[in-house]
Design a protein. Sequence first.
Lengths: 303, 303, 217, 217
Amino acid sequence: MMRAWLTQHGFVFFLTLRRLIATPLTSLLSIIVMGIALSLPAGIYVLMQNLQAFSGQMADSPQMSLFLKLDTTQDSIEKVNQRLEENPQILSVRFIPKDAALQQLQQSSGLTDIAASLGRNPLPDAFVIHTQENTADALEQLRLTLQKWPEIEHVQFDSAWIERLNALLDLGRFAVLMLATLLSVAIIAIMFNTIRLQILTKRDEIELSKLIGATDSFIQRPFLYFGALQGLAGGATAWLIMVLAIRTFNEQLITLSQLYAIDLQLQPLTMMDSISLLLFSGWLGWLGARISVASHLWQIEPK
Amino acid sequence: MMRAWLTQHGFVFFLTLRRLIATPLTSLLSIIVMGIALSLPAGIYVLMQNLQAFSGQMADSPQMSLFLKLDTTQDSIEKVNQRLEENPQILSVRFIPKDAALQQLQQSSGLTDIAASLGRNPLPDAFVIHTQENTADALEQLRLTLQKWPEIEHVQFDSAWIERLNALLDLGRFAVLMLATLLSVAIIAIMFNTIRLQILTKRDEIELSKLIGATDSFIQRPFLYFGALQGLAGGATAWLIMVLAIRTFNEQLITLSQLYAIDLQLQPLTMMDSISLLLFSGWLGWLGARISVASHLWQIEPK
Amino acid sequence: MIIFKNVSKRYPDGYVALNNVDLSVASGEMVFLTGHSGAGKSTLLKLIAAIERPTSGVITISGQNIAQLKPAAIPYLRRKIGFIFQDHKLLFDRTVFDNVLLPLQISNFDHNTVAARVRAALDKVGLLKKEKAMPIALSGGERQRLCIARAVVHRPAILIADEPTGNLDVEYARDIMALFTSFNQVGVTVLIATHDASLLEDTQHRILSLKQGKLAT
Amino acid sequence: MIIFKNVSKRYPDGYVALNNVDLSVASGEMVFLTGHSGAGKSTLLKLIAAIERPTSGVITISGQNIAQLKPAAIPYLRRKIGFIFQDHKLLFDRTVFDNVLLPLQISNFDHNTVAARVRAALDKVGLLKKEKAMPIALSGGERQRLCIARAVVHRPAILIADEPTGNLDVEYARDIMALFTSFNQVGVTVLIATHDASLLEDTQHRILSLKQGKLAT
Ligand SMILES: Nc1ncnc2c1ncn2[C@@H]1O[C@H](COP(=O)(O)OP(=O)(O)OP(=O)(O)O)[C@@H](O)[C@H]1O
Ligand SMILES: Nc1ncnc2c1ncn2[C@@H]1O[C@H](COP(=O)(O)OP(=O)(O)OP(=O)(O)O)[C@@H](O)[C@H]1O
Ligand SMILES: [Mg+2]
Ligand SMILES: [Mg+2]
């Protein structure tokens, strides 16, 4: 029984493979179409994953700026750093030396060589910290504690700044969501339609099988295999496109990383992501095939 | 003769229309697929157009920063502004008051309330200008001239800053180019494949027409109409998606505009753009149909 | 075995193809069905295989009421029947061999004996040499014989042949009729719709004659 | 009018369907072509309409060498021919009327007279009542008559009929033969491939007989 089942399915599987190969242009074109369609939402997913890792802590947890007194020594700075890092309420600590602050000012304003024009750097050293809590009360408490430290001139937490960043990130998220929705509709429609149209050319086969006593599941089987296989191939193509795109993009990022002296690299697809991509595309192909065959079967039913 | 030609074409046109309506699901799905596929590169195009308008002058022409003396009066500032604007070598003049510079510093560094911590704003007022020329010689000449003005403390032109911005913009352009290439391949493949598969289901008609003495152009005609009509409908769908997307996006931008007090709005598609979109999509459909029919015709040729 | 009681068939466009037909074919009988073009012969045969459903009346096959068969049960009815379609219905993207193989695949036949059965069926209709050809490369008569091979390969209990010799010359037609007779002799119920006067001339089997949807015995 | 000289046809799979055929059909003649299933009748007819090309030999129609016809000239040859295909080749997504209309559309006929012509052709084969039906709703014989109507609607100079009465009963077959004869009487060259012995029995026209690709006169 089991053996018969296996032979049956194995037979159908190879029949389907042979057919895919027998019409190379149709198969290839359809696979490319599905691959490209799938690679777009997959690409967006990768970008979002990377952005989230990059900006996650920055945007989501509240941030506080600690300005040090202008005459603080290197030694005191180290001490402050250590004490901040030991505080369990504080998630992350980032030190911004006054030179870096000045440089950033120049970069962002387009005003260059301020130091030269001013004669000296007027900015203080500072720490930027992210906190665990985000209720107004807890934050105020922390501010008051820190304010009492002797090295600290001024503690500031600015909700307006965060608001702006959040607005920007919201916009980004909105754009991504819009694109993702559009693309999801697109890939489903594209894969569905591609497989449906391919099956339309096999109307005769469905009709005849039905007429000589094939059960619905028997008739559907090769088409479901066909859809799933095509979907899988499309998913694999999408995966390939993604890998190549990430690699090329990272090469471009090297220049930027060097200029800004930070490590900007897109993380590749994880094993899990890759498998999900393949499974999803296979499922889509299967679904497209299923719906098309079912509609044909229904039309041929005697009334 | 002319009349016969018109009747012939009119007949084919209506025949095609009737057929599109006769298979509503296939037609609709195909049109949606093509619409979405087309709307993506069209969206990228709109974004690029808007970005270019926004950042064009900034990135492309060299820029110079003029720092004013710390004690410059409002009167002198106006005078400097006027003289700069009258200078034919200078393309654009932007005044950056010291307050704005400080604010920008705070925004970009995450350091808030620097003024509060410093007691006073240490930054000078400044002008940022863009010049017509971009040879090093001409720029040096201009710098020397401006340096001599009494209100100006220091003139700076920094190529490093521009380099960084350019690297960033290059990256953006590269990303857009990559996406656009991918999408162009995609829409061509998708439209081509969709129409090809639809025509595959009409193999019988092509074969019979050929056998009873139809010329190739007669056989192709309804399919070309079909492809072009489907392509046009796909283009119109893409246009609709674009209009809706731009409107929704602009609504989101309002919040951002208010926060940053600048006018950020995507410009809609121009009349020319819309027409180009429709023509291009019609042409693509026509091409897909042409190639598929031609390949069938060739197979049926006696050998 | 096959019993029609008061069976009428009106097509969706209003045309009445069968009008109050009463009919009974015993198990193992061989019956000819004749009548003008458009008299309703194909319609009657299609009703037996549940390809069309009657508008009114009762059709029973081995005691089963076909008119009330659930869709899920129809395939099993059809497997008992070998149907030679008037319009052939060959699959042009498979070889001759694979076309004949189809009915066996459908009913999960044992893989080891399948090839031998297909070749035996092809041999009976004289197409063994063409097993690897595509149907497009067959002549009209060869296609018709291919349909016959496909209809008999799974040794059905009922054989329904709709105009099986329209494209065959006299000799082949005689061979095919001999084939049908031999099936009938081992107990297969055979129904043949035909115009071919030469087939009807010297037969000792029952001949049913349809006239505009009515049975004229 | 139609002259075959030493014509052979070997199909790509190596099978020789026609072997050194010499043949001459005068303008206005009516000729029957007969032979076993697979003898090469359809192949011979297809060569005339340039649906297949001969492997060797010369075929001339009204002095034109078909074997060397440029692809662009083939449609104009085919418009002179009315071809009744053995496998019908109907379009199942158009009505009966539109199926018959096709040959007229192809050759840019005057729009005002076209409908009348289509109806006249349908009337001749007894299908006028079914003009709005789809071919799927036609019986086998009705489909065959539809093919005949389509082949004669544009009044071709040559009429080629490949097994035109395989699905027709004796009366309809006689009507169709009368139709062919009437065409022949107004000067149309008619070639008919058939197995139907009853058509051949009482004819005074020439009968060509093919045997395994060779002409046996
Ligand atoms: N395209 C093809 N490729 C290969 N062989 C072919 C092809 N078409 C026909 N044949 C073979 O050529 C032989 C003659 O075919 P043809 O159709 O001419 O026969 P016919 O005389 O019309 O027979 P019938 O009466 O059965 O229609 C047949 O054996 C057939 O298998
Ligand atoms: N699906 C359908 N819808 C409407 N009418 C139909 C349909 N199928 C058949 N008919 C009509 O029913 C009548 C009987 O058709 P049927 O196919 O049973 O005839 P038949 O006796 O087999 O004729 P033939 O010898 O020509 O094959 C015909 O007039 C035909 O046009
Ligand atoms: Mg019939
Ligand atoms: Mg033939």
